[in-house]
Write a protein that binds this ligand. Structure first.
Ligand SMILES: CC(C)(COP(=O)(O)OP(=O)(O)OC[C@H]1O[C@@H](n2cnc3c(N)ncnc32)[C@H](O)[C@@H]1OP(=O)(O)O)[C@@H](O)C(=O)NCCC(=O)NCCS
Length: 187
């Protein structure tokens, strides 16, 4: 089942990143990476076609309180997002009775391949298990998205099942679902 989440006052740090709530001042950085072709599609949404579209989505990030901005310490730019989304699918017992969320993420194409997302995901996993006391986390990627598969594997998630998944842009992909248990759960 879905854990209750409110990230509006949560700020975390890694070696290279500040992981913190979104602010309206992040709009230009958000539009800069969300409007690039080939980024959002891998996560099930289409590139933003106007700054107004980015503003609407940024407003929903702030209102929903389940989305982190990823700010690069080096230049103070927001270069991605990481959300604790509602679970897309029930992966059966014992998870039906336990508290979990699905991690979703996107990184600006300019920064791919430097291990930044595994760094962010690992820190958020630690936060979810040690501070929020979630029982488990899920992750998923479309079967074509090897980049995301590598992030999930590097962060220690275990494969559970394949299922067709419809993105918010309406496009369906065969997707692979994974789980990571908080240490006290016996798998
Ligand atoms: C998935 C994503 C977040 C990975 O973030 P990242 O910080 O680049 O992750 P890593 O540096 O660990 O790289 C992961 C894999 O991407 C691949 N990769 C590395 N550099 C790359 C580049 N410049 N272009 C394409 N793929 C690249 C490699 O396979 C790498 O795996 P490896 O470390 O085993 O070689 C990023 O590619 C992204 O934002 N993609 C678009 C959105 C998306 O797919 N979101 C997830 C939806 S499920």
């Amino acid at each position: 089942m879905n854990a209750n989440i409110d990230l509006s006052h949560v700020s975390l740090q890694t070696e290279r990143l500040y992981i913190r709530p979104w602010k309206i001042e992040d709009l230009e950085d958000f539009y800069a990476y969300a409007s690039i072709d080939g980024v959002g599609q891998m996560a099930g949404w289409n590139p933003h076609t106007s700054i107004d579209e980015s503003r609407r989505i940024l407003d929903s990030f702030i209102a929903d309180k389940k989305e982190f901005a990823l700010e690069l310490q080096e230049n103070r730019k927001v270069i991605g997002s990481l959300g604790l989304e509602e679970l897309y699918t029930d992966i059966g017992e014992p998870y039906t009775r336990l508290k979990g969320r699905e991690i979703g993420y996107v990184l600006s194409m300019d920064y791919w391949g430097n291990g930044l997302m595994p760094e962010a995901v690992s820190r958020v996993v630690q936060f979810c298990f040690e501070e929020e006391k979630l029982d488990f986390l899920q992750c998923s990627h479309s079967v074509e998205n090897i980049q995301s598969q590598r992030v999930i594997e590097k962060c220690g998630f275990k494969f559970v099942k394949e299922l067709m998944r419809r993105g918010i842009n309406g496009v369906e992909h065969m997707s692979r679902f994974y789980v990571l248990n908080n240490a006290y759960i016996v798998a």
